[in-house]
Design a binder for this molecule. Sequence first.
Ligand code: FEO
Length: 169
Amino acid sequence: MINKKVEKALNDQILVEAESSHTYLAMATWAERQGFPGTAAFLYAHSDEERMHMLKLVKFVNDRGGNSIIPAIGKPALPYKNLKDVFTALLNHEQKVTMEIHKVVDVCLKEKDYTTHNFMQWYVSEQIEEETLARNILDRLHLLGDEKSSLYLFDRDLETVAVNEGNGK
Ligand code: FEO
C-alpha cells in the first residue's frame, strides 16, 4: 500500500499537471486567434504532453494501490499582450512545476519510498528539458524583435518544433 503522505504529494502533482495542460490549452487558443498557427500547434501539443504527465501519475497512484484524485481546475487567466508574454509565462510556469516536483521527491526521501522516488526521476529529467526549451524559445523571440516579418518566421519555426516534439525528437 502506498504511503499516505506520498499519495497526497502525488495527488497534488496531478493537479499541477492538469493545470499546466489547461493553461497551455488557453495559450494555444489565444495564439490561434492572434494568427500564429505554428505557436498554436506547439502549445496544443504541449497541452497534450502535460495531460500525459498527469495520466502517468494517475496510473502510478492506482497501480500502487492508492487513490488518484481527478481535481477541479480553474479557468486560466489570459493576460497575454504578445508572444513574449506567453513564453515568459510558460517559462515561469515550468520553473514553478520544477519546484513542485522537487517537493514530491523530498516527501519520497523523507518517507523512504524509493520506488516512487525512482518513478519521479523521469519528471526531474523532463523538467530540465522543458525549462531549456522554454528558455531557448524566449531567447529566440528576444533576438528576433517585434517586426511582423520576424514574428512570422518565429511562428513558422515553432510549427516545426511542434511536429518534432510530437514525433518524440
Ligand atoms: Fe509536466 Fe511541463 O510539466
